[in-house]
Design a protein around this ligand. Structure first.
Ligand code: PLP
Length: 414
């Protein structure tokens, strides 16, 4: 029997073939350690080819990619940006970096992501105030696809740009009316799509991100991405000396990091397959427990199942924190679902838009406190947070590890 080892929620998983090392060594051999080089250029092209995006810029992080997407849309001081409330703070922080004001939108239970109904009433409300947002940031949480038919339709109707935060959804696909019933990858629906290669994402470069511009006008998309690359490399004007007419940033990906990305891209499909296997394992073993339900996988989507998340009903014998503590005792890492942004102290002054049972536009005041310890309310995103858990989803786990995790959880039901 193998020794009991620590199980991570999700950790870097390099290819057994050593593809990542090959590209790194190639960069060493050519002394293209930095700044740019073949790996960066090829990584942009290869990831674009994989997901069906054309104009991309490899950057230092997914957060930087969101910031540059906002800058590319001309978002600045005084502007409003709508963002999904149920997400990691990195979706929303860049709104404040450019001086704009975030307004948070509630989720729905079908997708866990931005509620199209809440988005629509929010746009009506802000149009009436003469403050239509400059952009909407939708997220595909844990690899679950948002309702892209409705969200792209509503954004187009109101003439608002869409940024897709696909940081967690590389490899997820969606088929619907907005794709003419053709399968399309997450990150290619919005005017901009971003990915992250942070340490625990489905593929990792140790840290990094990618920004794609997906607008139909290819010349304009290329122009915008060229501008993004310019900002990301300190805004150096074309001159012999260092000439600057704009403020610059140090946001470009290094050639070594991009080499890891090229190698990881070769195992992306295998990682998605394993993540989906893990999800199915949990569904089979735990789905029958009273009050336990896995996150919803919708038939017209293929989730990458980056993290296998679940919901516990009020009546279930164990709540998320009980399960997290029991797993921790067994040296297994799990965690709650993201705490929504509208419940974060740092964003307590920001507006929150949700719909009530009759589809009317409501704000924070419509919801009561559901859990004072966690600071959760009874909104959809607040409820998903309060009752949700992310189960270990490390692709290096084997069936023995999965059985061990399920045994700990099942014991709480006995
Ligand atoms: C990881 C993540 C980001 C940020 O990506 P970094 O590369 O870590 O900056 C943004 N949004 C979501 C939803 C994420 O999970």
């Amino acid at each position: 029997m193998k020794e009991k080892q620590h199980i991570f929620l999700a950790s870097p998983h390099m290819s057994k073939e050593g593809y990542e090392k090959y590209y790194i060594e190639d960069a060493f051999a050519k002394n293209f350690i930095a700044p740019l080089g073949e790996n960066v250029i090829e990584f942009e092209k290869e990831l674009g080819a994989k997901v069906g995006a054309r104009a991309g810029a490899a950057l230092s992080s997914g957060t930087a990619a969101i910031q540059l997407a906002l800058m590319s849309l001309g978002v600045g001081a005084g502007d409003v940006v709508f963002a999904q409330s149920l997400t990691f703070s990195a979706s929303a922080n860049p709104i404040t970096y450019v001086g704009a004001e975030p307004v948070f939108i509630d989720s729905d239970y079908e997708t866990w992501n931005m509620s199209p109904a809440a988005l629509e009433v929010g746009l009506k409300k802000y149009r009436a105030m003469g403050r239509l947002p400059k952009a909407v940031i939708v997220v595909h949480l844990y690899g679950l696809m948002a309702d892209m038919d409705e969200i792209t339709r509503i954004c187009a109707q109101y003439g608002v740009a869409l940024i897709e935060d696909a940081a967690e959804a590389l490899g997820s696909t969606y088929t619907g009316a907005c794709t003419d019933n053709v399968q399309k990858y997450a990150g290619t629906f919005g005017d901009y799509g971003i990915f992250s290669f942070n340490g625990n994402k489905i593929i990792t470069t140790s840290g990094g991100g990618m920004l794609f511009c997906n607008i139909a006008d290819e010349k304009e998309a290329d122009r915008r991405i060229a501008k993004v690359r310019f900002w990301a490399t300190q805004s150096r004007d074309a001159a012999r000396w260092y000439e600057h007419t704009e403020i610059g940033y140090n946001f470009r990906m290094s050639n070594i990091v991009a080499g890891i990305g090229r190698g990881q891209l070769k195992v992306l499909d295998a990682r998605v397959e394993k993540k989906r296997y893990i999800y199915e394992y949990y569904r089979r073993e735990l789905g029958g427990l009273f009050g336990f339900s896995m996150m919803p996988l919708q038939g017209h989507t293929q989730s990458n199942c980056w993290l296998s998340a679940a919901q516990l009903s009020e009546e279930a014998p164990a709540g998320p924190l009980d399960i997290i503590e029991a797993l921790e005792k067994d040296d297994v890492e799990s965690r709650p679902v993201w705490k929504p942004m509208h419940l974060q102290p740092v964003f307590s002054n920001c507006d929150f838009v949700a719909v009530d049972g009759d589809g009317r536009c409501v704000g924070r005041e419509a919801f009561r406190v559901a859990d004072s310890r966690m600071g959760a309310d009874t909104s959809v995103s607040g409820t998903l947070f309060c009752h949700g858990i992310c189960l270990p989803s490390d692709t290096k786990m084997d069936d023995g590890d999965l059985a061990r995790i399920c045994e700990v959880i099942k014991s709480l039901w006995r």
